[in-house]
Write a protein that binds this ligand. Structure first.
Ligand SMILES: CC(C)(COP(=O)(O)OP(=O)(O)OC[C@H]1O[C@@H](n2cnc3c(N)ncnc32)[C@H](O)[C@@H]1OP(=O)(O)O)[C@@H](O)C(=O)NCCC(=O)NCCS
Length: 160
């Protein structure tokens, strides 16, 4: 697996994965009907950097974005998003992407990383806690999950 910074030309391969994950409506607090151009702005827009994980044959396995979570005097706190092709999930791509992005964030001078809205029933919570994130708090009943009903959103934090 190769993890590298994305180029604009990677978007057409990121978009089908992005669309499949967001339209499922069970992990991200974005409109499941987000059209492609708006999705591109959300994922590839500045400020921030985007990464892709590719298989040995160049297949796109997943993508991550890294951006300041706040502005001005708080811009040293990072935010990141992760998406792995659902057909490739469960094979270590997400963990490898997260370890890469955490190292990148530290190298870029970020002092911490915050996730603003992790759906409390998302199995990813286990991944984030195993990487050293803690749950600062949970906004109760914030997310209408298609199967779990109304569930909380965790705010998660890790010092870098
Ligand atoms: C979350 C996500 C990025 C994880 O990527 P992945 O490649 O499937 O994860 P990995 O194979 O690296 O698994 C990492 C750990 O996560 C946990 N995990 C991930 N998905 C899981 C699932 N569906 N069920 C149970 N555990 C899961 C496992 O505990 C695993 O632990 P291990 O490394 O000790 O085996 C990916 O499933 C995804 O894109 N999900 C949809 C979007 C999303 O939820 N993004 C995160 C928003 S907070």
């Amino acid at each position: 697996m190769l993890i590298r910074e994305a180029e604009a030309g990677d978007w057409p391969r990121i978009w089908p994965v992005w669309h499949r994950i967001v339209s499922a409506g069970d992990t991200y607090s974005w409109d499941p009907g987000t059209p492609e151009e708006a999705a591109r702005a959300l994922w590839m827009g500045s400020p921030g950097r985007v990464y892709v994980a590719e298989g040995a044959d160049g297949t796109l396995l997943g993508s991550a974005c890294l951006t300041p979570n706040y502005g001005g005097p708080a811009a040293h706190v990072a935010n990141a998003g992760f998406m792995v092709d659902p057909d490739r999930a469960g094979h270590g791509v997400g963990r490898a992407l997260a370890e890469h992005v955490l190292a990148e964030a530290k190298a870029q001078g970020f002092s911490a990383m915050v996730f603003n809205a992790v759906v409390e029933t998302n199995p990813a919570v286990r991944l984030w806690t195993s990487l050293g994130f803690s749950i600062l708090g949970t906004v109760p009943d914030a997310f209408d999950h298609p199967r779990d009903g109304r569930v909380g959103l965790h705010i998660m934090h890790k010092a870098l």
